[in-house]
Design a protein around this ligand. Structure first.
Ligand code: FAD
Ligand code: AMP
Length: 479
């Protein structure tokens, strides 16, 4: 038997590495097992988020956005740059350098905090033991008072479009295209599909998105979703709703995708297809037969509100458990569990977890949308404000979008904030903080915002909840 630890974390994504750092900060002897190996054969930390998720996708979103801004919009504000061209190889190099820096940062944090990094594949055995199989196949068993499973998720594959090298790819494959495919099909118009579709549309692909559902972004307030659909449509994303993909055929270097819509069977030919139909928990081989840790009916590791599994001393966090598949949700759960293990009281307010889609403009929301609140029978009042009436947005040459605040009609408590705008992902923090503090719309309305900032649009939306918006001509009558 090798070393004994207070805590062993399995998986070093944003759930696992944060849990490990926090546990070590709290004085617990901590190890973190990771099996991810990069192209150079080196074990790397950061999981999906840093290696093939949040970070590389944001690098490509940012570079492709800057390219479009320079090519199509700089002249509008008086900057003549002449012909603008993109060097995709260089963009990919930049993306890789961003990933390398981030991944290296985690290893440095492990060292600085005294987290023991174990390289290999972890498996939970019975009786608080973890077996680690190294790259060379050698096995080592460790004992731990507490185990945190943070094994993450992998893309869902669907039988109609089996992944086919270089032609039908998942989200990770779509971060590696070396040129923009002429005709690009994206299956699934969810968060990841919209982001990757945007990247390659900006780089020149004709993008068609096939989405099985009839509604667009149902988790987003439908006023904001409609505005988003309109804006993304104008940029060239052909978003087909009610289009369920049923099959595909690879012919030479093309993919014929079959789908059904309200008019019957359809088909469309693409040069490449990205499958973005969601992610599933990754638990393969992580639990020994007699580990005793139960899964729920959808294959997630079953946990309570504080991420305790069915086995005392074994916790699970992040994408491998219920809830939104988001890096920051995983990290918050990591902090909560480390705190609990160290004997502190800790919990998460799952009602106040923000979501962002990093399109241009960005879509960001927290809490309920108007449709959800009404479906739950809650009486609400709402206030909306367009960025076209916001001075800073106009000065930024980014007047698209709107902000909406949803509040309880009786108590005025904020139930949700939904935004589509430039930097909506930054603006949403206000909504999160407001909800975390149980603020009313009036609390935001009475807050002084710096001018000129796009944040003032949230202020105005909060003012609009009770008809007080200042910069809106057709505002409600003040009571
Ligand atoms: P992961 O990040 O998946 O990490 C799990 C780790 O566990 C992996 O490193 C894996 O190798 C390791 N592991 C698994 N099993 C074992 C084992 N047996 N032994 C050792 N190690 C093991 N979320 C956001 O919040 N914002 C975004 O902008 C965003 N963009 C995204 C874009 C894309 C293209 C994708 C694919 C995802 C995106 N996400 C985003 C989602 C985000 O990446 C995940 O929610 C997040 O990574 C989940 O963190 P995690 O720690 O639970 O799991
Ligand atoms: P997300 O869960 O945000 O990643 O979004 C995945 C999207 O893929 C959802 O909106 C699903 O409705 C959609 N989807 C799943 N299966 C199919 C399919 N066979 N054809 C088209 N869209 C699909």
């Amino acid at each position: 038997m090798a070393d004994k630890f207070d805590v062993i974390v399995i998986g070093a994504g944003p759930g696992g590495y944060v849990a490990a750092i926090r546990a070590a900060q709290l004085g617990l002897k901590t190890a973190c097992v990771e099996k991810w190996v990069n192209k150079e054969g080196k074990t790397v930390h950061g999981g999906t988020c840093l290696n093939v998720g949040c970070i590389p996708s944001k690098a490509l979103l940012e570079t492709s956005h800057k390219f479009v801004e320079a090519r199509d919009h700089y002249a509008e504000i008086g900057i003549e740059v002449g012909d603008v061209s993109a060097n995709i190889a260089k963009m990919l190099e930049f993306k890789e350098s961003v990933v390398t820096k981030n991944v290296g940062g985690i290893s440095a944090l492990f060292k600085a905090n005294g987290v023991t990094a174990l390289e290999g594949t972890g498996k939970v055995l019975s009786n608080s033991k973890v077996e680690v199989t190294g790259k060379d196949g050698g096995k080592q068993t460790y004992e731990a008072d507490n185990i945190i499973i943070a094994s993450g998720s992998v893309p869902v594959e669907i039988p109609p479009t089996p992944l086919t090298e270089g032609l039908i790819v998942d989200s990770a494959g779509a971060l590696e295209f070396t040129e923009a495919p002429k005709r690009l099909g994206v299956i699934g118009a969810g968060v990841i599909g919209l982001e990757l579709g945007s990247v390659w549309s900006r780089m020149g692909s004709e993008v068609t998105m096939l989405e099985a559902m009839d509604s667009f972004l149902p988790m987003v307030d439908q006023a904001i979703a409609k505005e988003t659909q309109k804006l993304l449509g104008k940029q060239g994303l052909d978003i087909k709703l009610g289009a369920r993909v049923t099959g595909s055929e690879v012919k030479d270097d093309e993919v014929v995708v079959k789908y059904t819509d309200s008019e019957g069977e359809q088909q469309q030919t693409f040069d490449k297809v990205i499958v973005c139909v969601g992610r599933r928990p990754y638990t393969q081989g992580i639990l020994d037969d007699d580990a005793g840790v139960k899964l729920d009916e959808r294959g997630f590791i079953f946990v309570d509100d504080q991420c305790r599994t069915s086995v005392p001393g074994v916790y699970a966090i992040g994408d491998c458990v219920r809830g939104q598949m988001l890096a920051h949700k995983a990290s918050e759960e990591g902090v909560m569990v480390a705190d609990i293990i160290a004997g502190h009281k800790a919990e998460i307010n799952y009602e106040a977890i923000p979501c962002v889609i990093y399109t241009a403009p960005e879509v960001a929301w927290v809490g309920m949308n108007e449709q959800q609140a009404k479906a739950e029978g809650i009486e609400i009042k709402t206030g909306s404000f367009p960025f076209s009436a916001n001075g800073r947005a106009l000065a930024n040459n980014a007047p698209e979008g709107m902000a909406k605040v949803i509040a309880d009609a009786e108590t005025d408590r904020i139930l949700g904030v939904h935004i589509v705008s430039q930097h909506a992902g930054e603006l949403i923090a206000q909504g999160v903080i407001a909800m975390e503090f149980g603020s009313s719309a009036e609390d935001l309305a009475l807050t002084c915002y710096a001018h000129p900032t796009t944040a003032e649009a949230i202020h105005e939306a909060a003012l609009a909840v009770s008809g007080h918006a200042i910069h809106m001509a057709n505002r409600k009558k003040r009571k």
